[in-house]
Design a protein around this ligand. Sequence first.
Ligand code: DON
Length: 612
Amino acid sequence: MTLAVSPISDYLKSLHASLQSNDDGEVATYIPELGLADPGSFGICIATVDGQVYTAGDVDSRFTIQSMSKPFIYGYALHTHGMETVLKRVGVEPTGESFNSIVLDQVSNRPYNPMVNAGAIAVTSLVEGETADRRYDEMMRYFGLFAGRDLDIDESVFRSEHATGHRNRAIAYMMLNTGMLDRDPEDVLELYFKQCSISVDCRDMAVMAATLAAQGTNPVTGETVLEPDHVRDVLTVMSTCGMYDYAGQWAFDVGVPAKSGVSGGVIAVIPGQLGIAVYSPPLDRVGNSVRGVEACKKISHDFSLHVFDGRTDVHSVIRREYTAADVPSKRVRSMWERDMLADHGKRLSVMEIQGALFFGSAEKFLRRLTEIAREGRTVIVDFKRAAYADRTAIELICQTALVLSSGDCTIVFTELSGKEELQGLKSALEERVGSSLRVRLVSDTDLAIELFEDEILAETDFSLYDRILPLAEIDIFDGLSKDDLQRLSGVATTFQYAAGDRIISEGDDARVFFVVARGSVSVSVTVDGSRTRRIGSVGQGAPFGEMALLDGGKRSADVIADVPVICYLFSVERLREMSDEAPAILPTILGNLVRILSDRLRLANDEIRALQ
Ligand code: DON
């Protein structure tokens, strides 16, 4: 966890300074020990879902968590007992009444919701453990997971509340009477008072809120504390009931799930982005921290954090579209192949998908996918820049693929491997459409384009590939006389490789160059120190390792045989030695090489233009 110096820190500091002078409100005294709090103490802390923490003011002062504990213990109950069991004990309806109201739902006998004392006490009774000590340990363990550190309780606040919490006693005994509590109320109350007395600082609360913002994974420790479905349930009750009888106005003004406590803390959760915690003891009429509410209102407004601020964007889900005519595969091909493909490349469209895939964004790109597929074109859907797909998006993508698989176009899904967030989509596609001939999963887009190109070329004259190409038909030897070709074949060594054989290794000295006589090879580089990324391939008649002719440096990539391959290998030194007897060979090869390289450069420029 690092503290950042940034516009956000500066913003928080000036917000803090502007609110420090607001001395409205009264420190709570109904628990006598709380009355000792310093009304001037004031801290603001923001923690992001990736663990960055921004602070302003007094963020190290300790205070008791009080009612801010309620969402977390509700999360514990959901996690441990499941929603059905928990719903039997406590509802999810806002009361519009104060936090300590002595009221139960008259039909179900349940407390209205887990954010008021009655509901929270019922939830605390669900903490597991055979003895009071074990239940206490279990509760503290769980809160520690949220905070990312071991927490203690403030003994004096606990004793103070234990001695004066008669209203809570009334609530607990009333629930014993209606069957909502099945443990000794004194035991449950003791644990509840301890829960309210957990000692935290502003940073702890921001990290706890950020854990809810990060779908239940603590952004500092990386530990998953609560399942996303239960996080959703917790945030829902925080939204509707977290700020008691101020909940409606809060939703209107601030618009994020939140919870306050009588010690003067407020937490707010912005799902997917951050957790906010403010501590300032003076409370308003309904029991919320005056500066806490003001700070949250400002932050929400200034950073556009209201949940209805309309951040969700479905329009940019398609990053771009291009055809294989605009961007052919990276395979090095002969001239005649390139001419063929220039005509037919438009039959393949690539759609690059980006960002989060959920109902709205999936609906948009699938509509476009269907449109292209109906025109009879092959479509590659490239997920390289997709962030994740929720279950609805997965279902919609599978259903669309199933429908399209009965038509006569081919759909290829690419770039789904190795990304944890897209594993669900990959497995669902494999399972549900994996056997279809019309739907394919290919590891990378370039390979998928290359396979499409091979199919186009195979439609023309496949027998051309099924032979060892003679030197006379190889572009790089264009213009050589018969005699020179004869001499060249005298110095050529023919090598055979099995599929998967390594022909060139990155870092080797480059003293020879190759030409593929039959088959094809893949060129790949190592990225991030260990991952292999295929950057293209070289087919029949095309050279590789040809930089040996120019600079004789080190090999910059690995070259592996894709299939059984036959290559011609030429020693650059031997060619130089032949210069006296056949002076035209080397200049002709170099001239052809310049032409081939400038062609490739032109292609690369076209690609850059097409991908703008
Ligand atoms: O139950 C009580 O009275 C306290 N221990 C907790 C109340 C609380 O924080 C209410 N919040 N605004």
